[in-house]
Structures are given as structure tokens and as C-alpha cells.
Design a protein around this ligand. Structure first.
Ligand code: NAP
Length: 274
């Protein structure tokens, strides 16, 4: 049961079992009048202001019923100020040059990193269009969407596709229903299982593995908790711009303040991270 019938901040976050997604869910749960729905492969769960809906995002056709399973009635959603979908779940594998990749794994990467966030956005509109307040979709992107990395063709292509999907959906929503906004956020390099997976690669699989080993050794990674703090602050206080691509390092001074949020040209080369 919900502690209070009145929810003001409703967050639906994918991939809440670990890493950035788990830290985001914890951060939102600490807010007053918030409710978090985790879409993850963990067991279903409903207690207080948290519900977990079990879903494997490889199964695109089950995404609609995951939204149907959200247990909030109109009494609870009537006072909403903001409903946010954070498309956070992601996979890096396969990490290998294309000639060595397993075709099924390649297809699965694009499905989870690109197709699923777009299908989630589709159902999010249907789910939330009658709610009062702002409706935002935040797509977690990566520096790899802008720079080609040897061994990361699927991941980089999926994230580049997600950047373009963000811009196109933002344009569509601006005409269909301006209560909706869509943006992309690159988190920088964050100390999660995904980074541990990168550090285990051989140079034959991933040429730049040494750089990532050095980042960890030099304590240059963000924690998931720092990342969640900065991202939730951006969402709650920043007034997200429709269609914009943000880099969380701008907020922490790792990128010069004058760097445009929509990075192009030489700014793109400054991006690092998965
Ligand atoms: N860490 C970084 O340095 C970094 C940098 C740039 C961008 N990012 C992006 O940030 C996001 C979060 O990454 P992370 O570092 O927190 O990764 P992580 O620790 O590897 O966690 C990935 C999350 O995605 C979930 N997931 C993967 N496949 C799924 C599926 N088929 N169905 C449902 N959930 C699935 C995982 O769930 P399971 O536990 O069930 O596998 C897990 O909760 C990703 O989009 C990633 O691309 C990360």
C-alpha cells in the first residue's frame, strides 16, 4: 500500500537491479510524495512508494502489459506534478569487432539499447497522457554515441540511434502534446558492473581497454550515487529542454561551462565513458 494517496513525482525507471538504475531509484524514493516503478528482471514487488514490475526488455511485446501492471489509480495520480520515464537499462555486449560478433547478441544489443526505449516511449504516452503535470522521457545515452570505439559497434550505433530518436520524438511531442518532453543524458564514466566488464576485455576485443583500467586506478570514475544525485537534480530543478542532449560532467565542472549541451565537432572528442 502507498503511504500517502497523493503522489507528486512518479518515476518509471528501467534497469533498477544495479548500477545507475538502482541508485536512481534510491534517490527518488527519498523524495517527498514520490513513487518509483522499476522495470527490471528482478521479482515483482509492491511496498510503500515502490513497485517493481518484472520485465525482460528483450521481449518488446511485453512492454505494454508492464505499464498496465502499474498499480496507481486516479486518486493517486490526480495530484501529479511530474511523470518521468528514465530509459536507463543498457547492455554493452557484444564487445568485439563486428567480424567476431555473435549475430543474435548484436540484435539483442540494438533491441535493449534502442528499440526498447522507443517502445517504452510509445507506451509511456498512452499511460500518462491523461495525468496532470509535466511528462518527461530521459534517455540515458553515452559518449560512445558520438565517437566510434573499436569493438563497440553495436553499443555505439544503438546509442547514436537513441540520440536521434530523442530529437525526433522531441519534435513530434512538441506538436502532439507539449506537456511531453524528451531529452538524452550522457552520465560520464560511472563505477558500475558495465565498467568492470570493460576492464576485463582483451585489447583484441576492445582497443582502448588500458584507458578504462587507468580511469579506475586513478579514481576517476563517478559513483552511481553521484550520478543519480546530479541527474535527479537536473530533472527536478533544471527544467529540461525538449530535444537537448546533456552531459552530467557539465554539472560537475569536468567539462568547461561554455561547452554547449548539444556537443558537436571538437566537443564530441572530449566525451569519455561507456
Ligand atoms: N557505467 C558507465 O560508465 C556508463 C557510461 C555511459 C552510459 N552508461 C549507460 O548507463 C545506463 C546504466 O548503465 P550501468 O553502468 O548502470 O550498467 P549496469 O551496471 O551493467 O546495469 C545495467 C542495468 O540494465 C539492466 N538490463 C540489461 N538488460 C536488460 C534487459 N534485457 N531487461 C531488463 N533490464 C536489463 C540490468 O539488469 P539485470 O541485472 O537484470 O542484468 C541492469 O539493471 C546504460 O544505459 C549505459 O549504457 C553507463
Amino acid at each position: 500500500m502507498l503511504d500517502s494517496p497523493c503522489v507528486e513525482h512518479l518515476f518509471i525507471i528501467t534497469g533498477t537491479t544495479r548500477g545507475i538504475g538502482r541508485a536512481l531509484a534510491d534517490r527518488v524514493l527519498a523524495l517527498d510524495r514520490s513513487f518509483v516503478v522499476g522495470f527490471s528482471r528482478a521479482d515483482a514487488f509492491f511496498e510503500g512508494n515502490r513497485q517493481d514490475v518484472r520485465i525482460d526488455l528483450n521481449a518488446i511485446e511485453t512492454i505494454g502489459s508492464a505499464f498496465d501492471a502499474i498499480g496507481l489509480d486516479s486518486e493517486r495520480t490526480g495530484g501529479l506534478k511530474q511523470t518521468v520515464l528514465i530509459n536507463n537499462a543498457g547492455v554493452l555486449a557484444p564487445i568485439a569487432p563486428i567480424v567476431d560478433c555473435d549475430p543474435e547478441e548484436l540484435a539483442g544489443n540494438i533491441r535493449v539499447n534502442l528499440t526498447a526505449p522507443m517502445v517504452l516511449a510509445h507506451h509511456f504516452y498512452r499511460f500518462s497522457k491523461s495525468f496532470p503535470g509535466k511528462k518527461w522521457i530521459v534517455n540515458i545515452t553515452s559518449g560512445a554515441s558520438r565517437s566510434p570505439y573499436f569493438g563497440w559497434s553495436a553499443y555505439g550505433a544503438a546509442k547514436a540511434g537513441l540520440d536521434m530518436a530523442t530529437r525526433a520524438m522531441a519534435l513530434e511531442f512538441s506538436r502532439i502534446d507539449p506537456a511531453f518532453r524528451v531529452c538524452a543524458v550522457a552520465p560520464g564514466t560511472v563505477d558500475t558492473d558495465m565498467q568492470a566488464q570493460i576492464r576485463k576485455c582483451t585489447p583484441e576485443q576492445f582497443e582502448r581497454v588500458d584507458k578504462f583500467i587507468d580511469l579506475k586506478a586513478n579514481n576517476a570514475l563517478f559513483t552511481p550515487e553521484q550520478t543519480a544525485r546530479d541527474l535527479i537534480r537536473l530533472i527536478l530543478e533544471g527544467g529540461l529542454e525538449n530535444g537537448r542532449r546533456y552531459d552530467l560532467r557539465e554539472m560537475t565542472g569536468q567539462l568547461p561551462a561554455e561547452t554547449p549541451a548539444i556537443a558537436t565537432g571538437k566537443n564530441a572528442a572530449r566525451y569519455r565513458g561507456a
